[in-house]
Ligand binder design. Structure first.
Ligand SMILES: [Zn+2]
Length: 434
């Protein structure tokens, strides 16, 4: 096994960055906890197995909150580095702008998102979490986990009050630029070990301009990050120049491409380009309305938005126009087996199309992928962690790594963790391919 490996998909967010996104995932975890505890009929008959599950969920939540409270991208990176024990790791941190999720139309000014809407969202999440916590405190107080819950309560309060103060200082646009600046600093501190990707939203012309300045060989950012369920189409006409620029300059793009993840909060959305519906790519520029409402059930809302705005059939259209585009459709479909079938076909057809297995936290899913898809395109799979978002779904980072080492052979891991990322990121043509 090589000593040097790539984590081709990670995030180095910290407490000043995108906490609302993370608070939402936190809320999901809390509702898992709710379901677990709801199964308990009375205080006395909580089974041991149930207690273990509750305790491990609480541990997970506390772990994530501790990560969230990190004060810089560097601190998060060093924490992640430690998790890889003996390996020399090269990190590919992807940036993100949560303000995208609030945007309804192209003309809306994103700097106005900061105050009222953000605050409302934060308060909804906070109230939900605190209600759940109070419930557990009362129900579980005679168990050992009571102490853990109390520390969770305290950490959450710290986080929320930090966020509220910070909110007053920075608007959403600043929060994104703050993230961009920190990644630039990190790149200058660790030039050979950090290759950040720059987040682009085609509705924000500034990001399109900055991409040309900041992204490329010998620039602070190596590639582009897209996250279309935030509220835009992969076929947005504003992205065409960017694809052209990336294709001509061999600039890699990583696009979130899973049937889950995160999505726009709005119900009515202005899009340009096309969306996917009922088995078809539908060309459309104008308003669309989602059937689901994000705040009455994020789960179903995310699935609907992922399908409409990020279905791999939309990306197939992008590849038809830019067949040499160096694109990573990240997460290999998430849990969507139908998405995986399409992505593998696209990878077989287009030489520069890749996927990554970041945030695949279930060993059984990795086994399924290895058996069914990996042998078809072994040079197209990249390893990634999605740190620390993966920590919402698994008890420990060492378990995350162990899953990969249990499922794949050393030779396969070398491909995913070293050779393939080398080709995707730097166009290093590999002798091992011959
Ligand atoms: Zn990610």
């Amino acid at each position: 096994m090589k000593h040097t490996i790539y984590d081709a998909h990670c995030h180095l967010f910290h407490k000043g960055h995108i906490t609302r996104r993370i608070l939402h995932s936190l809320l999901d975890l809390m509702s898992d906890l709710d379901t677990l505890v709801a199964r308990e009929k009375s205080r006395t008959d909580i089974e041991n197995a149930q207690k273990v599950k509750v305790a491990s969920l609480i541990k997970r939540i506390i772990n994530v909150i501790n990560l969230l409270m990190s004060s810089s991208s560097k601190e998060v990176m060093l924490k992640l580095k430690k998790q890889y024990k003996g390996f020399d790791v090269i990190f590919v941190p992807l940036s993100y702008n949560v303000a995208s999720c609030f945007q309804e139309s192209y003309t809306q000014d994103i700097s106005s998102f900061s105050s009222r809407k953000d605050h409302e969202l934060l308060m909804t999440v906070r109230d939900n979490i605190l209600t759940l916590l109070d419930k557990y405190m009362h129900r579980l107080e005679h168990y050992k986990i009571f102490n853990q819950l109390q520390s969770l309560h305290t950490r959450l309060d710290e986080l929320i009050s930090y966020r509220n103060n910070k909110e007053a200082e920075l608007d959403s646009k600043d929060i994104f630029m703050f993230q961009v600046n920190q990644l630039q600093e990190l790149k200058s501190m660790y030039p050979d070990h950090v290759y950040p990707f720059f987040y682009v939203d085609p509705r924000h012309s500034q990001t399109l301009t900055l991409a040309r300045e900041l992204v490329g060989k010998d620039k602070p950012f190596l590639g582009i990050k897209l996250y279309t369920p935030n509220g835009y189409s992969p076929l947005d006409p504003n992205l065409m120049d960017l694809y052209d620029f990336c294709q001509s300059n061999q600039i890699p793009i990583t696009a979130h491409n899973s049937n889950s993840g995160f999505a726009t909060f709005v119900k009515k959305l202005e899009i340009k380009g096309a969306f996917y519906f009922d088995g078809h790519v539908i060309e459309h520029s104008g308003w669309i309305e989602f059937d689901t409402d994000f705040f009455s059930g994020p789960g179903a809302a995310i699935v609907e938005r992922a399908k409409k705005l990020n279905h791999p059939k939309l990306w197939e259209k992008v590849m038809l126009t830019f067949p040499e585009l160096r694109l990573n459709l990240a997460h290999f479909g998430g849990e969507g087996k139908d998405w995986q079938e399409i992505v593998i076909q696209l990878m077989l057809k287009y030489p520069n199309l890749y996927t990554d297995l970041s945030c695949q936290t279930e060993q059984s899913m990795l086994q399924y992928i290895k058996k069914k898809f990996f042998p078809l395109a072994p040079h197209k799979f990249l390893y990634g962690s999605d740190y620390y978002l993966n920590m919402f779904f698994i008890d420990s980072f060492s378990q995350y790594l162990t899953n990969f080492f249990n499922v794949f052979t050393e030779a396969e891991l070398e491909k995913m963790m070293y050779y393939n990322p080398g080709v995707f990121l730097f166009d290093r043509q590999q002798s091992y391919l011959s």
